[in-house]
Structure formats: C-alpha cells, structure tokens
Design a protein around this ligand. Structure first.
Ligand code: 5GP
Ligand code: MG
Ligand code: MG
Length: 180
C-alpha cells in the first residue's frame, strides 16, 4: 500500500497525539455527563476507538452508517441512512464521531436526524476538517486536523473501500485513480 501514496500528511504518531488531545478535550467538556458517542461507519472506526480510549469518563457507544450519492463531478447532496443506532437518544447528550467533514452534507443530515429524535445536545468530533469543500454550513466542535482540498486516505478513510487500514493519512498517487 505504501507504494501507492504520493505524500504522507499525518504520521501515525501525529495522529496519536491528536487523539490524546481530543480525548482530554471531550472529557473536560462533558465532565460528569454520560454522552452517547455515535461513530459514523466506516471511516471513523480507528479514530473513534483511539480517542475514547484516552477519555477517562462514562459514555455509551453506538454506530450509524450513512451513504451519500455522488454525481460524476460533484456530490449530489443526497444522504441516506443505511444503518441506524439502537440507542434512544431523546434527552441525551450526543457526540458524533466523523472521519472528515467536506461538503458538510453528511453532518447536516446526521444533526437534523438526531435533533428530530429529541437529543438534548449534539456535538461533533472529526478527525479531519476540509473547510474549502464546504457547501452547507457545518461545524466541528472537536477537530483533529484541518486539511487542504485534496482527497486523502488512511486511518479509516478509503478509496474504493481500500486503504482504510493504512496507519497514517496520505494523498494517493494520481495514477491510482486513472488506472481504475
Ligand atoms: P461530506 O461531503 O458529506 O461532508 O462528506 C461525506 C463523506 O465523503 C465523508 O464522510 C467521507 O467518507 C467522504 N470524503 C470526503 N472527503 C474525503 C477525502 O478526502 N477522502 C476520503 N477517503 N473520503 C472523503
Ligand atoms: Mg464520514
Ligand atoms: Mg468513502
């Protein structure tokens, strides 16, 4: 897999440091509250487990899977719920764990959906924020790194479902896209 990477953006140790920082920020923010932490599949799995392992606090975990359909050149904006959480979040403090916020459409859909179910509060923790990609308003409360407007893979993020298990975050060589 390493041969397919043009450049490394964040090393394994830089990611680990960011996760420890975020774990502390989340623990400080919630205090004695017991949030429901919702991981958005599949991109957030490594990030979620690394962040919460360092947050010494009570929490409940659940997972959601959403898919967005993309047109040939641009995201169409349709987001669909594929797998739902099983937790009743009415009156609960919810923390969404995301891999990356790009257009913001996924996050907007998740926040609207969880708000409709009566969540008491909704906060967002994302590994990566790509502000240049924003189409709708969406903001992260706890952010690992701000990334430039490039397509990145690794540490949960895929290209064609591969590269998720890369231990760092990098940019793919252009020939990987053109050969496919
Ligand atoms: P949105 O555009 O709705 O904010 O993000 C939707 C999803 O697009 C993200 O959760 C992620 O799965 C995918 N995505 C956006 N930018 C990138 C990127 O640079 N790399 C990868 N692998 N996925 C991305
Ligand atoms: Mg995602
Ligand atoms: Mg993907």
């Amino acid at each position: 897999m390493d041969n397919d990477i043009l450049k490394v953006l964040y090393s394994k140790s830089e990611i680990q440091e960011a996760c420890e920082r975020l774990g502390k920020e989340i623990k400080d923010f919630y205090g004695d509250k017991v949030p429901v932490v919702i991981g958005v599949l599949k991109g957030s799995i490594f990030f979620m487990t690394d962040v919460i392992r360092d947050a010494d606090m009570y929490m409940e975990l659940d997972f959601m899977d959403v898919s967005s359909y993309h047109g040939t050149t641009e995201s169409s904006g349709n987001v669909e719920l594929v797998t739902d959480i099983s937790t009743d979040i009415a009156g609960r403090d919810v923390l969404i764990m995301e891999d990356i916020v790009d257009t913001g459409r996924t996050l907007q859909f998740l926040i609207d959906t969880l708000n409709d179910r009566g969540a008491k509060s909704i906060k967002v923790c994302t590994l990566l924020d790509k502000p240049a990609g924003r189409v709708v308003e969406a903001k992260s409360d706890f952010t690992g790194f701000e990334v430039p407007n490039e397509f990145v893979v690794g540490y949960g993020l895929d290209y064609d479902e591969k590269y998720r298990n890369l231990p760092y975050i990098g940019v793919l060589k252009p020939e990987i896209y053109t050969n496919n």
